[in-house]
Write a new protein. Structure first.
Length: 369
């Protein structure tokens, strides 16, 4: 009888393992929050290392406290991901389905760091240590940037695979997006307003500096508003998203300013602009079925972010640029958002509706905006 029970139990275990082998694990709030917290440590190490580089705290060695903080964040995140993969396989999942859905690319990102770390060390040994903007353009750092982005965007992909839920359960989505946007602004810091304080003061810079500053506002607007509009188009942008994204990113980018003290006033102005963008969203209710409001929000949000920056300069250090430049920058940042709205929500998406079976049929009564 004991042998029969053992045999029966083995069959059940094999049956369960066989069933799990064809399925993919779904992530839960605990898993998402754990990865989000580890990635927060990871991105903090990234900006700490960036602060050290911009403030002359690095020397000609790979083994620095700043690298230790950066690679510790990587090790903690990657160990958790690899450990979860092993646990999933031991529970009967195939290795491709052993990680919760959305985190497969995060594991690829961890693998890129395994390659990029030694690559970075070798690059320094062969070509020397980067100075200034060279650190942002180094091929080895490019590999690490891609790896970080894949790892940090895991919670974003995981939450998007589930139906909308309570705000606190969807919060890892916007935090993950914040980490991803922050990685982009980190590696484009040479053209970020808060890392350079373009137009600040009373003396105008050279034509080249002015032109770089103008382009920086357009680039930063596209980096911030693009993914926001994408989530908004699919109805997955949590309440308070702009406050969190713009606020945390602005605080982080302020640490990369190297021409004086921490820019508290411009950072605070950007945080206030994030709150204003959220309030505007509540007022306009931009949705797919309200394309006019969607496009108006796409224009107004980046215009508010840029306008708050110049308003802060006007109240504090003064604006070195002429009204032609700084008012034009506000308008053109809005135009960038407006144009991106057509990429995210093209007119064809408004004029077509989904019917039974997922077949798209044109709605002749729709208006292309």
């Amino acid at each position: 009888m004991s042998l029969a029970m053992t045999t029966s139990g083995s069959r059940v275990l094999r049956s369960d393992s066989h069933a799990l082998a064809g399925t993919t694990r779904a992530s839960g709030p605990a898993f998402d929050w754990t990865v989000t917290a580890l990635c927060a440590v990871f991105v903090s190490g990234l900006f700490l290392d960036g602060w050290a580089h911009t403030h002359g705290r690095v020397d000609a060695t790979f083994f620095t406290p700043w690298h230790a903080a950066l690679y510790s964040g990587f090790l903690a995140t990657s160990m958790f991901l690899w450990g979860s993969l092993v646990r999933g396989v031991m529970r009967g999942y195939r290795w491709r389905q052993a990680l919760p859905a959305g985190y497969g690319l995060s594991l690829l990102g961890a693998a890129l760091w395994v390659i990029g770390g030694p690559f970075d060390f070798t690059w320094h040994a062969v070509f020397g240590f980067e100075a200034g903007v060279e650190a942002l353009m180094s091929p080895a750092h490019g590999v690490l940037a891609l790896g970080f982005s894949l790892m940090a965007s895991g919670p974003l992909r995981a939450v998007l695979r589930r139906p909308p839920s309570a705000w606190r359960r969807d919060l890892p989505l916007i935090l993950s997006l914040t980490f991803l946007v922050s990685a982009l602004t980190f590696f484009t810091q040479i053209a970020h307003p808060l890392a350079n304080l373009w137009a600040s003061g009373t003396r105008r810079g050279s034509a080249d500096v002015t032109e770089l500053g103008l382009v920086s506002f357009l680039l930063t607007s596209a980096i911030v508003i693009g993914p926001v509009l994408l989530l908004l188009r699919h109805g997955r942008l949590p309440a308070g998203a702009m406050t969190i994204l713009v606020g945390l990113n602005s605080v982080a980018m302020g640490f990369l300013y190297d021409q004086g003290d921490y820019p508290f006033a411009p950072v605070a102005a950007s945080m206030a602009a994030g709150v204003a963008a959220d309030l505007l969203r509540l007022a306009l209710r931009p949705e797919v079925d309200r394309a006019g409001a969607f496009r108006l929000y796409a224009f107004a949000a980046p215009a508010i972010l840029t306008g708050s920056y110049f308003a802060c300069l006007w109240l504090t250090d003064g604006i070195a640029w002429s009204p032609h430049l700084w008012l034009g920058a506000i308008v053109f940042c809005g135009v960038v958002g407006w144009l991106l709205s057509y990429l995210v929500l093209p007119p064809i998406a408004i004029s077509m509706r989904v019917r039974d079976g997922g077949r798209y049929v044109r709605d002749e009564g729709a208006v292309d905006l």
